[in-house]
Design a protein around this ligand. Structure first.
Ligand code: NAP
Ligand code: G3P
Length: 484
C-alpha cells in the first residue's frame, strides 16, 4: 500500500496537491494533551499567502474529479473506509490523547465514521436527477422536457470542531467528495492530529492529488480568508454559534451548512417512566463530559414528579467515574483551562443566585466533576447558556405549557426530548417545539447518521445527514429539450 508520510518526528504536515508539505514560514502551533499536559506534536501554521495554493489546487483538480464516474469515486470512499477500519485503534488512541475523550467513545467515533463513509459511497450512487414534462403546468403542452441532473458545487471548505475531530470531518469530506467536489479541509487546531490521520486514510485510499487538501492554522488567523475566498464555492462548518454567525455574515452569496451550538431540553411529564428517563438523561448530559452539541443541557420537569426524578438521577450521577480518558473514565478533563473557567463561571452564577447544588462543583484544573443543580430559575445563566461541560440544571415547571415556553425561549433550537407514555400528547408537544429534531422517550442525539440533522435559530442552517449532506453539496442543473 502507498504510504503517505504525513509527519517528521513530531511535526505534522499539511496535504497539498497529494504531497505532505510544511509552511514556508516555518511557523508551527504546539499541541498538548488536555488530559495530562503532555506534548503531542506541532502543526503547520499556514499563512494567508499560502492558503491560496490550497484553494487553487483544489479548483484545478475538481474538474476531472467531477467528471470521474460516481462508481469510481465510490470505490475510493469504500477503500478509505476499509483502511480507517484497520487503523481504528491507532486513531482512537490519538483522539484519547488529543481531546481527552475516553477510549470507548473514541473508538465508537471512528467505527461510526467507517460506517458513515461506506454508507455515503452507497448513497452517492443512488442520488439522481429527474425529468419533468411541461404539460402539467397550465397553458403548456408536452413539447418541453426538463432533464435535471445533480452537479457538484466546486470547491467545498470543510471546517470541523474539536469534539468529534474524525466523525465531524468525515461527515463533511465524504459527502462532498462523492458529489464530485474538491475539498479544502481546515480541522480544529486542538483535534487536528486526529483529523490528519483521517486525511492520511483518504490519501492511502488513492484520492487523486488536489482533490482533498488539508490546511492547518488558527481559525482566527486564516478562517476569514478561506471563507471569503472567491474560489471557495460552499462552506460546511460545525462549531460554535458565535463563529458560525460570523461566517454567515462574511460568506457573501456562498451556500452554507452550519451546525452550531445547542441547549437541548429534556421535558419530563407526569406519566413518564422516571427511572428510564433518569438513565437516558444522565447518559445524554454527561457523556464526553457534556462536550456534545446534542448533550441534554437542561431538564424541564413537572413539579409533581421532580423529587422522584432527582431520587432516580442522583445515584447515577454519583456513580459516574472521573479521571483519565485512557482508563475509560466517564468524566474527563475539558478541552482547555479556558473551557473549564467558562463552565465554572456558569456554576458560580447558579450558586450565587440560589440554585440548589445536589452534587459536584468540584474542580482540578480543567477537570470539572459532574455537577447537578435543582431549583434552577430563568434568571440564571445555567438556564440559557451552553456550558459544553458536565453541569446539568433541573428547572421545575408548573405546566406543560411552561415547559414548552421555556424550551422555545432559548436562542438555540437543535433538539428536544419528551419523556411520556402518552404518544398523542408527545406528538402535540413535539409540534410546538422550535427545534430541528424532537426525540420521544430518548436522549437527544444525532445518529443514526442518515437521519436528517440540523438546528434552527442559533443552532444552525441547513440539514446534514448522509443524503441531505450530498444534496446540500450539489445542485440541480437542468437541460430543457424543446420538441417540434
Ligand atoms: P469553534 O471554536 O467555533 O471552532 C470550530 C472550528 O472553527 C475550528 O476548526 C476553528 O479553528 C474554526 N474557526 C475559528 N474561527 C474561525 C473563522 N473565523 N473562520 C472559519 N473557521 C474558524 O467551536 P469548537 O469549540 O471547536 O466546538 C464547540 C462548539 O461546536 C459548541 O458550541 C458545539 O455545540 C458546537 N458543535 C455543534 C455541532 C452540531 O452538529 N450542531 C456538533 C459539534 C459541535 P481553530 O480550532 O483553529 O480555532
Ligand atoms: O456534537 C456532535 C454531534 O455530531 C452529535 O453527535 O452522536 O453525540 O449526538 P452525537
Amino acid at each position: 500500500m502507498f504510504k503517505c508520510i504525513f509527519r517528521k518526528d513530531h511535526i505534522y504536515k499539511c496535504l497539498l496537491n497529494g504531497e505532505w508539505v510544511e509552511s514556508k514560514s516555518g511557523k508551527t502551533n504546539k499541541i498538548f494533551s488536555p488530559a495530562d499536559g503532555s506534548f503531542l506534536g506541532e502543526l503547520q501554521a499556514m499563512g494567508l499567502e499560502e492558503a491560496d495554493r490550497f484553494i487553487l489546487t483544489a479548483k484545478a483538480a475538481q474538474k476531472s474529479w467531477g467528471d470521474t464516474a460516481v462508481n469510481e469515486r465510490a470505490q475510493i470512499l469504500h477503500k478509505a473506509a476499509e483502511i480507517l477500519d484497520k487503523q481504528k485503534d491507532i486513531i482512537a488512541n490519538v483522539i484519547v490523547k488529543e481531546i481527552a475523550k475516553n477510549k470507548k467513545t473514541a473508538l465508537s467515533e471512528v467505527e461510526r465514521s467507517v460506517d458513515y463513509i461506506h454508507f455515503t459511497a452507497e448513497e452517492g450512487m443512488r442520488v439522481s436527477g429527474e425529468n419533468l414534462s411541461s404539460d402539467v403546468f397550465p397553458g403548456f403542452n408536452n413539447k418541453k422536457l426538463s432533464i435535471i441532473s445533480r452537479v457538484p458545487l466546486g470547491v467545498v471548505l470543510a471546517v470541523s470542531p474539536f469534539n468529534y475531530p474524525v466523525n465531524l470531518s468525515a461527515s463533511k469530506i465524504a459527502p462532498a467528495l462523492i458529489a464530485g467536489n474538491a475539498v479544502v479541509f481546515k480541522p480544529p487546531t486542538q483535534g487536528a492530529i486526529s483529523a490528519l490521520y483521517l486525511a492520511r486514510v483518504f490519501c492511502e485510499a488513492g484520492i487523486p492529488a488536489g482533490v482533498l487538501n488539508v490546511i492547518t492554522g488558527q481559525g482566527r488567523e486564516i478562517g476569514d480568508y478561506l471563507v471569503k475566498h472567491p474560489d471557495i464555492n460552499m462552506v460546511n462548518f460545525t462549531g460554535s454559534s458565535s463563529v458560525g454567525r460570523h461566517i454567515a455574515e462574511i460568506a457573501g452569496m456562498k451556500p452554507l451548512l452550519l451546525e452550531l451550538g445547542g441547549k437541548d431540553a429534556a421535558i419530563v411529564l407526569e406519566d413518564a417512566d422516571i427511572s428510564f428517563a433518569a438513565k437516558n438523561i444522565v447518559s445524554g448530559a454527561y457523556s464526553y463530559s457534556g462536550q456534545r452539541c446534542t448533550a441534554v443541557k437542561r431538564i424541564l420537569v413537572l413539579e409533581s414528579i421532580a423529587d422522584n426524578l432527582v431520587d432516580e438521577m442522583l445515584p447515577l450521577v454519583k456513580k459516574l467515574s472521573v479521571g483519565n480518558p485512557a482508563d475509560d473514565a466517564d468524566i474527563t478533563p475539558l478541552i482547555s483551562d479556558a473551557a473549564a473557567d467558562f463552565v465554572q463561571g456558569i456554576i458560580d452564577d447558579a450558586r450565587q443566585k440560589g440554585a440548589k447544588l445536589l452534587f459536584g462543583d468540584q474542580r482540578e484544573k480543567n477537570l470539572i466533576y459532574p455537577t447537578l443543580f435543582d431549583h434552577v430559575t430563568v434568571d440564571m445563566r445555567l438556564a440559557w447558556e451552553e456550558p459544553f461541560g458536565p453541569v446539568l440544571p433541573i428547572i421545575r415547571v408548573k405546566s406543560i405549557e411552561e415547559a414548552i415556553d421555556i424550551s422555545n425561549r432559548s436562542e438555540y433550537g437543535l433538539q428536544a426530548c419528551i419523556f411520556t407514555q402518552d404518544i398523542d400528547n408527545a406528538f402535540d408537544i413535539a409540534s410546538k417545539l422550535d427545534v430541528g429534531t424532537v426525540q420521544i422517550n430518548n436522549k437527544s442525539e444525532r445518529g443514526p447518521d442518515h437521519f436528517p440533522f440540523g438546528g434552527v435559530k442559533s443552532s444552525g442552517l441547513g440539514t446534514q445527514g448522509i443524503r441531505y449532506s450530498i444534496e446540500a453539496m450539489s445542485r440541480s442543473k437542468a437541460v430543457v429539450i424543446n420538441f417540434k
